[in-house]
Design a protein around this ligand. Structure first.
Ligand code: ARG
Length: 420
């Protein structure tokens, strides 16, 4: 069958591929059912060559040799695996820590941070391998399509995009049938649909199944990363986290590369059941959905960073920065990583974080992470000034009533006027 017959669909955006012109496709390949079916389906229905790219962002328990072998067996012209953990940690997670980045009050953005990097690598490999088109496995209902396609259209206006899952109208049953028919191995039981999972070294999300029923409390089998808090050790564990310039650099006085530090802190959090977030979320495409997140590293490092930042900043900086942090998180969530406002915000956020150096200890115990101690050479804190009784030095208690009179002046006038 020629490409035109089976896949002609109206194209809405300028960057969507014309089926007749698709010759070589860079496929973002995870090794799962959707992208494995895509790998065959693109060869069959477009008559195109497929180059596979799999990006390692620290998703636990992945065997990249198996994925690469599977890609080759299913006819990939080339199969590349890139270990991008260091770049991800340094260029994406570190800025998120400096920005205390949470979307909707609870989501530390691990997927949202990973997509622009994955799509940037797709562009690099597509160009290097002479591809005209990039294919990804996102559906038409999620944020990930926005993040990936916005990145490609920004960085590589000459490349085109196809998103077969968005158009092919195969359900899970049909995909499994297609896989069987084309010798694509389907792992696990096929009767019940699995959770939809995405993960990397900054966290893990589950969607689908009972999670879509808001009245359904979390079932234990969704927690594949974390120990349930009920089963966590009775013995608490204290972590000492060293920060320099707003980025964690040491754990229990041992200096570590960021990737290893994130993994070690994440493992400690996971042991103690720290970082369960059951989140109702406003997607960019309008939907409201529920996600179950397991984010042990973020649940420890974000509060620790925020605590240290608050210690070294003035009251005015502490009032101002959360507004920028919130805007930063929203842009990243919304797929606009390459938007100049994001790097404008980073300039301010980095400047503030030059002083965020010091040590925070955090106690992990049965699902909770609590800050115990703080220390920084840049702390705007003077124990002598802060203690209750003493006067002198930079602080005069005698000046307090005068301050109060002036500080409350307009509020007092207004109250009297409005309450006559
Ligand atoms: N709700 C999160 C987000 O929009 C997680 C998405 C997970 N992606 C996935 N393909 N399962 O960033």
């Amino acid at each position: 069958m020629s490409a035109g017959d089976q896949i002609a669909t109206p194209r809405t955006a300028s960057y969507e591929a014309d089926p007749a012109e698709v010759k070589r496709v860079l496929l973002l390949y995870s090794g799962g059912l959707d992208t494995s079916v895509m790998l065959k389906w693109i060869q069959d229905s477009y008559g195109a060559e497929v180059v596979c790219l799999t990006v390692n962002l620290g998703q636990p328990g992945e065997d990249y040799e198996v994925i690469e072998g599977k890609a080759r067996r299913l006819g990939a012209l080339e199969a590349h695996v890139v270990d991008a953990r260091e770049e991800f940690a340094r260029e994406y997670v570190a800025p998120a820590i400096r920005a205390n980045a949470l979307y909707g009050g609870g989501y530390p953005l691990f997927t949202a941070l990973g997509r622009p990097l994955i799509a940037k690598l797709a562009v690099e490999y597509a160009r290097r391998s002479g591809c005209d088109t990039i294919a990804h496995g996102c559906t038409g209902k999620g944020n990930d399509q926005v993040r990936i396609e916005a990145t490609i259209a920004t960085l590589a206006p000459e490349l085109r995009v196809i998103a077969p899952v968005r158009t092919w109208q195969m359900g899970r049953e049909e995909e499994i049938a297609y896989a069987r028919e084309h010798g694509i191995p389907v792992k696990g039981g096929t009767e019940t649909a699995p959770y939809s999972i995405d993960d990397n070294l900054w966290g893990r999300s589950s969607e689908g199944r009972w999670i879509e029923d808001l009245s359904h409390a979390p079932e234990d089998d969704v927690f594949q990363l974390l120990t349930r808090p009920e089963d966590a050790p009775d013995q608490a564990e204290v972590l000492e986290l060293g920060f320099e310039g707003g980025v964690p650099v040491s754990l229990d006085s041992e200096r570590l590369e960021l990737v290893e530090l994130l993994e070690r802190v994440g493992a400690a959090g996971a042991r103690h059941g720290v970082g369960i977030v059951d989140h109702i979320e406003d997607r960019i495409v309008g939907l409201k959905v529920r996600d179950i997140y397991e984010v042990p590293a973020a649940a420890i490092l974000l509060p620790a960073h925020e605590e240290l930042e608050r210690l070294v900043c003035t009251i005015h900086q502490n009032q101002f920065k959360p507004q920028l942090d919130r805007q930063w998180a929203f842009l990243v969530y919304a797929g606009l990583w390459w938007e100049p406002l994001r790097s404008d915000l980073d300039a301010y956020i980095e400047r503030v974080n030059e002083r965020v150096t010091g040590t925070i200890t955090v106690k992990l115990y049965k699902g909770h992470a609590r800050v115990l101690t703080r220390a920084s050479p840049n702390a705007l804190y003077d124990a002598a000034l802060a203690s209750f009784s003493a006067s002198g030095g930079l602080f005069s208690q005698a000046a307090a009533p005068g301050f109060i009179e002036l500080w409350s002046l307009q509020s007092r006038m207004a109250w009297r006027l409005h309450n006559k």
